[in-house]
Design a protein around this ligand. Sequence first.
Ligand code: NAD
Length: 256
Amino acid sequence: QLAGKRAIVTGSNSGIGLGVARELARAGADVVLNSFSDEAEDHKLAADLSAETGANVTYIQADMSKPEECRALIEKAGGCDILINNAGIQHVARIEEFPLEKWDAIIAINLSSAFHTTAAALPAMYANGWGRVINIASAHGLTASPYKSAYIAAKHGVVGLSKTTALEAAGKGVTCNAICPGYVLTPIVEKQIPDQMKTHDMDRETVIKEVMLSRQPSGEFATVEQMGGTAVFLCSDAAAQITGTTISVDGGWTAM
Ligand code: NAD
């Protein structure tokens, strides 16, 4: 289905990024994995995914907190047909106590990186008359929760950037949309569990059920495979007129 297309997935050595990369590779796309690290295991991940799917998968190191590295990622990959802006971090604190360097890092990685990679990727997409930009936003791109000011500001920004990208790309064969996941059990969520256990004086299972999944009417985590399947759908011909919108994969969270 996606044979002959090259996809770049930012922040894809774990979690949703890796899950999306796997589904794109299974659909036949060449895939570039990325993160800020440059370890043997990062390159092995690419080799393993290539062996598993038969797709051409490589790993390119680039730190998404740095504008020039975001743009260099696209150049080093030789451009792309499918750009998945997925890299993201989280920090939880009250606004009055929110560390400035965390605010700056979250805005840079979760929001500005998508601007830089998109700017670098669009010219080749326009020249080819085909492209897909898919931004991994969040249910927190549409609604808010306390103590996640930077993340929620960045994710709302990603939704806005997706709309503007869609308008500028309209009529050129290039679409841009944002996938808004609810809770998916990846390292970013796993890291929040111990703090929540302390804050609420609850055990792990109770935190998952009563704190995290209380927002998710289905009572179940969404999965990285479901994010990947949604991305593959957005790359299909059936989705050619879907642009400038958000797709929630959140078990009903944002319906409440
Ligand atoms: P994760 O921590 O497993 O993945 C984050 C990825 O970003 C990792 O591959 C990490 O290496 C990479 N990354 C972090 N800083 C980077 C940097 N400076 N440069 C390059 N890469 C960097 O978490 P995840 O849940 O897979 O998150 C992926 C995306 O999905 C994030 O944007 C996150 O906000 C979003 N999201 C996650 C959930 C969830 O419940 N897990 C829900 C909504 C949205």
